[in-house]
Design a protein around this ligand. Structure first.
Ligand SMILES: [Zn+2]
Length: 431
Protein backbone atom coordinates (compact mmCIF):
# COMPACT_ATOMS: atom_id res chain seq x y z
CA UNK A 1 0.00 0.00 0.00
CA UNK A 2 1.43 3.39 -0.95
CA UNK A 3 1.04 6.45 1.25
CA UNK A 4 -1.70 8.92 0.24
CA UNK A 5 -0.59 11.89 -1.86
CA UNK A 6 -1.29 15.39 -0.51
CA UNK A 7 -3.17 16.47 -3.65
CA UNK A 8 -5.52 13.53 -3.55
CA UNK A 9 -6.04 13.93 0.21
CA UNK A 10 -6.89 17.59 -0.24
CA UNK A 11 -9.37 16.85 -3.02
CA UNK A 12 -11.10 14.32 -0.79
CA UNK A 13 -11.15 16.73 2.18
CA UNK A 14 -12.63 19.59 0.16
CA UNK A 15 -15.47 17.32 -0.99
CA UNK A 16 -16.66 17.04 2.65
CA UNK A 17 -18.79 20.11 3.25
CA UNK A 18 -17.62 21.28 6.68
CA UNK A 19 -18.93 24.83 6.56
CA UNK A 20 -19.11 26.05 10.16
CA UNK A 21 -21.75 26.55 11.37
CA UNK A 22 -22.84 23.79 11.56
CA UNK A 23 -19.44 22.14 10.82
CA UNK A 24 -20.62 18.54 10.66
CA UNK A 25 -17.00 17.43 10.65
CA UNK A 26 -17.60 13.74 11.51
CA UNK A 27 -17.41 12.28 7.98
CA UNK A 28 -14.17 14.14 7.21
CA UNK A 29 -12.68 13.09 10.56
CA UNK A 30 -13.61 9.43 10.05
CA UNK A 31 -11.97 9.56 6.63
CA UNK A 32 -8.74 10.98 8.11
CA UNK A 33 -8.79 8.49 11.01
CA UNK A 34 -9.05 5.69 8.45
CA UNK A 35 -6.08 6.98 6.49
CA UNK A 36 -3.87 7.59 9.54
CA UNK A 37 -4.96 4.35 11.20
CA UNK A 38 -4.02 2.33 8.12
CA UNK A 39 -0.57 3.93 8.22
CA UNK A 40 0.02 2.85 11.83
CA UNK A 41 -1.25 5.74 13.94
CA UNK A 42 -3.36 5.14 17.03
CA UNK A 43 -6.48 7.23 16.36
CA UNK A 44 -9.20 8.55 18.63
CA UNK A 45 -12.24 10.63 17.76
CA UNK A 46 -13.13 12.82 20.75
CA UNK A 47 -15.97 15.29 20.69
CA UNK A 48 -18.42 17.16 22.82
CA UNK A 49 -21.15 16.38 20.31
CA UNK A 50 -21.25 13.20 18.19
CA UNK A 51 -21.38 14.92 14.81
CA UNK A 52 -18.38 17.15 15.60
CA UNK A 53 -15.46 14.99 16.79
CA UNK A 54 -11.81 16.00 16.98
CA UNK A 55 -9.18 13.58 15.69
CA UNK A 56 -6.13 12.74 17.81
CA UNK A 57 -3.66 10.44 16.03
CA UNK A 58 -0.52 9.35 17.82
CA UNK A 59 2.69 7.59 16.82
CA UNK A 60 4.80 6.77 19.87
CA UNK A 61 8.56 6.50 19.81
CA UNK A 62 10.89 4.02 21.43
CA UNK A 63 11.71 6.19 24.42
CA UNK A 64 10.30 9.20 26.24
CA UNK A 65 10.95 12.57 24.72
CA UNK A 66 9.33 15.64 23.26
CA UNK A 67 5.92 15.49 21.64
CA UNK A 68 5.59 17.21 18.26
CA UNK A 69 2.02 18.09 17.29
CA UNK A 70 0.92 18.83 13.74
CA UNK A 71 -2.31 20.73 14.30
CA UNK A 72 -5.00 21.77 11.86
CA UNK A 73 -8.73 22.39 11.68
CA UNK A 74 -11.08 20.77 9.22
CA UNK A 75 -14.03 23.18 9.40
CA UNK A 76 -14.31 26.08 6.95
CA UNK A 77 -16.18 29.33 6.50
CA UNK A 78 -19.11 29.40 4.08
CA UNK A 79 -18.90 29.79 0.31
CA UNK A 80 -21.38 31.09 -2.27
CA UNK A 81 -21.04 28.87 -5.37
CA UNK A 82 -22.44 31.69 -7.55
CA UNK A 83 -19.21 33.66 -6.93
CA UNK A 84 -16.86 30.79 -7.80
CA UNK A 85 -15.28 29.60 -11.07
CA UNK A 86 -15.37 26.00 -9.80
CA UNK A 87 -17.79 24.47 -7.35
CA UNK A 88 -16.38 25.22 -3.85
CA UNK A 89 -16.73 21.54 -2.84
CA UNK A 90 -15.41 20.02 -6.07
CA UNK A 91 -11.73 19.88 -5.14
CA UNK A 92 -11.11 20.29 -8.86
CA UNK A 93 -7.55 20.16 -10.17
CA UNK A 94 -7.20 22.89 -12.77
CA UNK A 95 -4.26 24.95 -14.02
CA UNK A 96 -1.90 23.52 -11.40
CA UNK A 97 -4.19 24.39 -8.50
CA UNK A 98 -6.56 22.46 -6.27
CA UNK A 99 -9.71 24.57 -6.03
CA UNK A 100 -12.21 24.66 -3.21
CA UNK A 101 -13.26 26.07 0.14
CA UNK A 102 -10.53 25.27 2.65
CA UNK A 103 -7.72 24.81 0.09
CA UNK A 104 -5.72 27.46 1.99
CA UNK A 105 -7.68 27.72 5.27
CA UNK A 106 -6.76 25.09 6.05
CA UNK A 107 -7.48 21.71 4.53
CA UNK A 108 -4.36 22.13 2.39
CA UNK A 109 -2.21 22.08 5.52
CA UNK A 110 -4.21 19.18 6.95
CA UNK A 111 -3.53 17.24 3.72
CA UNK A 112 0.20 18.08 3.75
CA UNK A 113 0.52 17.13 7.45
CA UNK A 114 -1.43 13.89 7.10
CA UNK A 115 0.39 12.88 3.89
CA UNK A 116 3.76 13.48 5.58
CA UNK A 117 2.74 11.59 8.72
CA UNK A 118 1.42 8.61 6.74
CA UNK A 119 4.50 8.43 4.51
CA UNK A 120 6.74 8.37 7.58
CA UNK A 121 4.73 5.77 9.47
CA UNK A 122 4.31 3.49 6.45
CA UNK A 123 8.03 3.60 5.73
CA UNK A 124 8.55 2.08 9.19
CA UNK A 125 9.92 5.28 10.72
CA UNK A 126 9.18 5.82 14.41
CA UNK A 127 10.29 8.69 16.65
CA UNK A 128 13.57 7.77 18.34
CA UNK A 129 12.32 9.78 21.34
CA UNK A 130 8.93 11.23 22.10
CA UNK A 131 5.87 11.04 19.91
CA UNK A 132 4.34 12.47 16.76
CA UNK A 133 0.79 13.74 17.17
CA UNK A 134 -1.52 14.67 14.32
CA UNK A 135 -4.45 16.61 15.76
CA UNK A 136 -7.27 17.73 13.48
CA UNK A 137 -9.84 19.78 15.33
CA UNK A 138 -13.39 20.84 14.59
CA UNK A 139 -14.86 24.29 15.09
CA UNK A 140 -11.93 26.66 14.69
CA UNK A 141 -13.84 29.22 12.65
CA UNK A 142 -16.30 30.02 15.42
CA UNK A 143 -13.86 29.93 18.33
CA UNK A 144 -13.08 26.31 19.21
CA UNK A 145 -15.80 25.60 21.79
CA UNK A 146 -16.26 22.17 20.19
CA UNK A 147 -12.65 22.02 19.05
CA UNK A 148 -9.32 23.15 20.51
CA UNK A 149 -10.80 24.75 23.63
CA UNK A 150 -12.91 21.71 24.50
CA UNK A 151 -10.12 19.26 23.62
CA UNK A 152 -7.38 20.93 25.68
CA UNK A 153 -9.74 21.32 28.66
CA UNK A 154 -11.31 17.86 28.53
CA UNK A 155 -8.42 15.65 27.36
CA UNK A 156 -5.24 17.59 28.15
CA UNK A 157 -3.15 14.42 28.60
CA UNK A 158 -4.01 13.25 25.10
CA UNK A 159 -2.93 16.44 23.34
CA UNK A 160 -0.19 17.80 25.60
CA UNK A 161 2.78 18.70 23.42
CA UNK A 162 6.14 20.42 23.55
CA UNK A 163 6.23 21.63 19.95
CA UNK A 164 3.29 22.55 17.77
CA UNK A 165 2.90 23.67 14.16
CA UNK A 166 -0.42 25.11 13.00
CA UNK A 167 -1.86 27.58 10.51
CA UNK A 168 -0.90 31.24 10.50
CA UNK A 169 2.49 31.39 8.82
CA UNK A 170 4.82 30.19 6.11
CA UNK A 171 3.58 32.63 3.48
CA UNK A 172 6.04 34.74 1.52
CA UNK A 173 5.96 38.56 1.60
CA UNK A 174 7.87 40.32 -1.14
CA UNK A 175 9.62 43.36 0.29
CA UNK A 176 11.71 45.27 -2.21
CA UNK A 177 14.00 42.60 -3.62
CA UNK A 178 13.67 40.42 -0.52
CA UNK A 179 11.54 37.38 0.19
CA UNK A 180 10.27 37.25 3.76
CA UNK A 181 9.03 33.91 5.05
CA UNK A 182 6.61 34.68 7.89
CA UNK A 183 6.85 32.56 11.03
CA UNK A 184 3.66 33.03 13.05
CA UNK A 185 5.03 33.44 16.59
CA UNK A 186 1.98 34.75 18.39
CA UNK A 187 -1.61 35.90 18.34
CA UNK A 188 -2.93 39.22 19.54
CA UNK A 189 -5.40 39.27 22.40
CA UNK A 190 -9.00 40.42 22.16
CA UNK A 191 -10.26 43.21 24.41
CA UNK A 192 -13.67 44.06 22.95
CA UNK A 193 -15.72 46.75 24.59
CA UNK A 194 -18.79 48.92 24.27
CA UNK A 195 -19.07 52.67 24.74
CA UNK A 196 -22.49 53.37 26.25
CA UNK A 197 -24.21 56.73 26.24
CA UNK A 198 -27.41 57.82 27.96
CA UNK A 199 -30.01 60.49 27.26
CA UNK A 200 -33.73 61.08 27.72
CA UNK A 201 -36.36 59.38 25.56
CA UNK A 202 -38.89 61.50 23.71
CA UNK A 203 -41.05 61.47 20.60
CA UNK A 204 -38.87 61.66 17.50
CA UNK A 205 -41.21 64.15 15.89
CA UNK A 206 -39.85 66.77 18.31
CA UNK A 207 -36.05 66.43 18.13
CA UNK A 208 -35.35 69.27 20.55
CA UNK A 209 -37.37 67.62 23.28
CA UNK A 210 -35.52 64.88 25.17
CA UNK A 211 -31.82 64.07 24.78
CA UNK A 212 -30.60 61.80 21.98
CA UNK A 213 -28.12 59.18 23.24
CA UNK A 214 -27.31 58.06 19.69
CA UNK A 215 -26.09 61.49 18.67
CA UNK A 216 -23.71 61.40 21.64
CA UNK A 217 -21.91 58.54 19.93
CA UNK A 218 -21.03 60.77 16.97
CA UNK A 219 -17.96 62.48 18.46
CA UNK A 220 -16.71 59.15 19.82
CA UNK A 221 -17.08 57.53 16.42
CA UNK A 222 -15.37 60.42 14.74
CA UNK A 223 -12.35 60.17 17.06
CA UNK A 224 -12.13 56.43 16.39
CA UNK A 225 -12.27 57.10 12.65
CA UNK A 226 -9.47 59.63 12.86
CA UNK A 227 -6.51 57.57 14.03
CA UNK A 228 -5.17 54.52 15.81
CA UNK A 229 -3.49 54.47 19.25
CA UNK A 230 0.24 55.15 19.54
CA UNK A 231 2.44 52.17 18.77
CA UNK A 232 3.54 49.89 21.59
CA UNK A 233 6.23 47.69 20.15
CA UNK A 234 6.64 44.21 21.63
CA UNK A 235 9.40 41.63 21.20
CA UNK A 236 8.46 39.90 17.92
CA UNK A 237 7.45 42.96 15.90
CA UNK A 238 10.67 44.63 17.04
CA UNK A 239 12.65 41.66 15.74
CA UNK A 240 10.63 41.82 12.51
CA UNK A 241 11.41 45.50 11.95
CA UNK A 242 15.07 44.92 12.76
CA UNK A 243 15.22 41.98 10.35
CA UNK A 244 13.94 44.07 7.45
CA UNK A 245 16.21 46.98 8.38
CA UNK A 246 13.35 49.41 8.96
CA UNK A 247 13.91 50.21 12.64
CA UNK A 248 16.46 52.99 12.77
CA UNK A 249 16.75 54.37 16.28
CA UNK A 250 13.57 52.76 17.58
CA UNK A 251 11.04 55.12 15.95
CA UNK A 252 8.14 52.89 14.88
CA UNK A 253 6.29 55.63 12.97
CA UNK A 254 9.43 56.22 10.89
CA UNK A 255 9.74 52.48 10.33
CA UNK A 256 6.15 52.34 9.06
CA UNK A 257 6.95 55.17 6.62
CA UNK A 258 10.01 53.24 5.41
CA UNK A 259 7.81 50.19 4.77
CA UNK A 260 5.33 52.40 2.93
CA UNK A 261 8.09 53.71 0.68
CA UNK A 262 9.22 50.20 -0.24
CA UNK A 263 5.91 48.28 -0.36
CA UNK A 264 2.86 50.47 0.35
CA UNK A 265 0.51 47.49 0.19
CA UNK A 266 2.16 45.92 3.24
CA UNK A 267 1.38 48.72 5.71
CA UNK A 268 -2.23 47.67 6.26
CA UNK A 269 -1.33 44.09 7.08
CA UNK A 270 1.84 44.78 9.12
CA UNK A 271 0.79 47.82 11.16
CA UNK A 272 -1.60 45.91 13.48
CA UNK A 273 1.46 44.06 14.87
CA UNK A 274 2.91 47.27 16.24
CA UNK A 275 0.31 48.09 18.86
CA UNK A 276 -3.27 48.11 20.14
CA UNK A 277 -5.86 48.48 17.36
CA UNK A 278 -9.40 49.83 17.64
CA UNK A 279 -12.15 49.17 15.08
CA UNK A 280 -15.76 50.23 15.75
CA UNK A 281 -18.00 47.57 14.21
CA UNK A 282 -21.56 47.94 15.52
CA UNK A 283 -23.82 50.71 16.83
CA UNK A 284 -27.23 50.54 18.46
CA UNK A 285 -29.78 53.23 19.24
CA UNK A 286 -33.52 53.14 19.56
CA UNK A 287 -35.56 50.02 18.80
CA UNK A 288 -38.25 52.29 17.38
CA UNK A 289 -37.87 54.71 14.51
CA UNK A 290 -40.09 57.26 16.22
CA UNK A 291 -38.46 57.23 19.65
CA UNK A 292 -35.42 59.30 20.53
CA UNK A 293 -33.13 56.79 22.28
CA UNK A 294 -32.33 57.16 25.96
CA UNK A 295 -29.48 54.66 25.55
CA UNK A 296 -27.04 54.02 22.73
CA UNK A 297 -24.12 51.70 22.35
CA UNK A 298 -21.05 51.58 20.13
CA UNK A 299 -19.22 48.25 20.01
CA UNK A 300 -15.49 48.27 19.30
CA UNK A 301 -13.22 45.38 18.34
CA UNK A 302 -9.91 45.95 20.11
CA UNK A 303 -6.81 43.80 19.56
CA UNK A 304 -3.84 43.88 21.91
CA UNK A 305 -0.32 42.49 21.30
CA UNK A 306 0.81 39.42 23.30
CA UNK A 307 2.24 40.41 26.66
CA UNK A 308 -0.02 43.45 26.96
CA UNK A 309 -3.46 43.51 28.59
CA UNK A 310 -6.33 45.55 29.97
CA UNK A 311 -4.15 48.41 31.19
CA UNK A 312 -2.69 48.99 27.73
CA UNK A 313 -6.10 48.62 26.08
CA UNK A 314 -7.55 51.19 28.50
CA UNK A 315 -4.70 53.60 27.85
CA UNK A 316 -5.34 53.27 24.11
CA UNK A 317 -9.05 53.96 24.55
CA UNK A 318 -8.36 57.04 26.66
CA UNK A 319 -5.81 58.25 24.14
CA UNK A 320 -8.25 58.07 21.24
CA UNK A 321 -11.72 58.79 22.63
CA UNK A 322 -10.86 60.61 25.86
CA UNK A 323 -12.24 59.70 29.27
CA UNK A 324 -15.59 61.52 29.28
CA UNK A 325 -18.94 61.33 27.53
CA UNK A 326 -19.46 57.59 27.74
CA UNK A 327 -19.46 54.59 30.03
CA UNK A 328 -16.98 51.85 29.19
CA UNK A 329 -18.11 48.22 29.34
CA UNK A 330 -15.72 45.34 28.57
CA UNK A 331 -17.49 42.59 26.64
CA UNK A 332 -14.67 40.15 25.96
CA UNK A 333 -11.12 39.79 27.26
CA UNK A 334 -8.68 37.21 25.95
CA UNK A 335 -4.99 37.80 26.54
CA UNK A 336 -2.74 37.15 23.55
CA UNK A 337 0.32 34.92 23.75
CA UNK A 338 3.38 33.96 21.80
CA UNK A 339 6.38 31.65 21.52
CA UNK A 340 10.06 32.59 21.25
CA UNK A 341 11.76 33.15 17.90
CA UNK A 342 14.73 31.04 19.04
CA UNK A 343 13.16 27.85 20.45
CA UNK A 344 14.52 24.55 19.06
CA UNK A 345 11.46 24.33 16.78
CA UNK A 346 11.82 27.90 15.49
CA UNK A 347 15.53 27.27 14.87
CA UNK A 348 14.70 24.08 12.95
CA UNK A 349 12.23 25.97 10.75
CA UNK A 350 14.72 28.78 10.11
CA UNK A 351 17.38 26.26 9.15
CA UNK A 352 15.02 24.35 6.86
CA UNK A 353 13.99 27.48 4.97
CA UNK A 354 17.64 28.55 4.62
CA UNK A 355 18.32 25.22 2.96
CA UNK A 356 15.24 24.95 0.72
CA UNK A 357 14.52 28.57 -0.16
CA UNK A 358 17.87 30.35 0.26
CA UNK A 359 16.53 33.64 -1.14
CA UNK A 360 14.03 33.84 1.71
CA UNK A 361 14.66 34.97 5.28
CA UNK A 362 12.42 33.84 8.11
CA UNK A 363 10.92 36.75 10.05
CA UNK A 364 8.73 36.59 13.19
CA UNK A 365 5.19 37.87 12.83
CA UNK A 366 2.27 38.31 15.21
CA UNK A 367 -1.15 37.47 13.86
CA UNK A 368 -3.71 40.23 14.26
CA UNK A 369 -6.45 37.57 14.41
CA UNK A 370 -6.97 34.32 16.22
CA UNK A 371 -5.85 30.70 15.75
CA UNK A 372 -5.96 27.56 17.90
CA UNK A 373 -2.25 28.06 18.70
CA UNK A 374 -3.33 30.59 21.33
CA UNK A 375 -5.47 27.94 23.01
CA UNK A 376 -2.65 25.37 23.06
CA UNK A 377 -0.12 27.86 24.43
CA UNK A 378 -2.56 28.84 27.18
CA UNK A 379 -3.24 25.18 28.05
CA UNK A 380 0.42 24.08 27.88
CA UNK A 381 2.65 27.02 28.79
CA UNK A 382 5.80 25.04 28.01
CA UNK A 383 4.65 24.42 24.43
CA UNK A 384 6.40 26.33 21.64
CA UNK A 385 3.70 26.84 18.98
CA UNK A 386 4.00 28.43 15.56
CA UNK A 387 1.98 29.10 12.47
CA UNK A 388 3.96 27.64 9.58
CA UNK A 389 3.18 25.98 6.29
CA UNK A 390 5.96 26.91 3.88
CA UNK A 391 5.12 28.28 0.45
CA UNK A 392 7.71 28.73 -2.26
CA UNK A 393 5.81 29.32 -5.49
CA UNK A 394 2.94 31.57 -4.48
CA UNK A 395 3.30 34.64 -2.28
CA UNK A 396 0.91 36.17 0.22
CA UNK A 397 -0.03 38.70 -2.47
CA UNK A 398 -1.39 35.71 -4.42
CA UNK A 399 -3.12 33.95 -1.54
CA UNK A 400 -4.18 36.34 1.27
CA UNK A 401 -7.26 37.64 -0.57
CA UNK A 402 -8.47 34.09 -1.35
CA UNK A 403 -8.70 33.10 2.32
CA UNK A 404 -12.40 33.29 3.27
CA UNK A 405 -12.93 34.65 -0.30
CA UNK A 406 -14.12 33.26 -3.63
CA UNK A 407 -12.00 30.93 -5.80
CA UNK A 408 -9.84 29.78 -2.89
CA UNK A 409 -7.15 27.51 -4.35
CA UNK A 410 -3.65 26.26 -3.64
CA UNK A 411 -0.70 25.74 -5.95
CA UNK A 412 -0.02 22.00 -6.15
CA UNK A 413 3.73 22.63 -5.98
CA UNK A 414 3.32 24.45 -2.65
CA UNK A 415 1.19 21.64 -1.27
CA UNK A 416 3.90 19.11 -2.09
CA UNK A 417 6.63 21.44 -0.84
CA UNK A 418 4.81 21.71 2.50
CA UNK A 419 4.45 17.93 2.76
CA UNK A 420 8.24 17.66 2.35
CA UNK A 421 8.66 20.17 5.15
CA UNK A 422 6.39 18.27 7.57
CA UNK A 423 8.24 15.04 6.82
CA UNK A 424 11.62 16.68 7.50
CA UNK A 425 10.21 18.38 10.60
CA UNK A 426 9.16 15.12 12.27
CA UNK A 427 12.45 13.46 11.37
CA UNK A 428 14.43 16.46 12.56
CA UNK A 429 12.65 17.16 15.86
CA UNK A 430 12.01 13.61 17.12
CA UNK A 431 15.57 12.25 16.99
ZN1 LIG B 1 -8.04 28.64 9.62
Amino acid sequence: MSAPEPVELLQRLIAFNTVNPPGNERAAQEFLAGVLGAAGFRCELLGRTPERPNLVARLDGERDGPVLCLLSHVDTVLADPAEWTHDPWSGELDGGFVWGRGALDMKGQTAAEVAAACALAQSGWRPAHGALLVVVVADEETGGGEGAVWLTETHPAKVRCDFLVNEGGGGILEYGDRRLSCLGCGEKGIFRFALNTTGVAAHASMPRVGENALVKLAPLLERLAGRQPSYSLTEHPRAFLEAIGALDGGDVAAAVERIRAVEPGLVGILEPMFGVSLAPTRAFGSDKINVIPSRARLVVDCRVPPGLGEAEALAAIHEIVGEDGYELEWTEQVVGNGSPFDSPLALFIRGWVAEHDPQASVVPVILPGFTDSRTFRAAFPECAAYGFMPHRHSTRADTDHLIHGADERIDVRDLEYAATFFTDLARGMLV
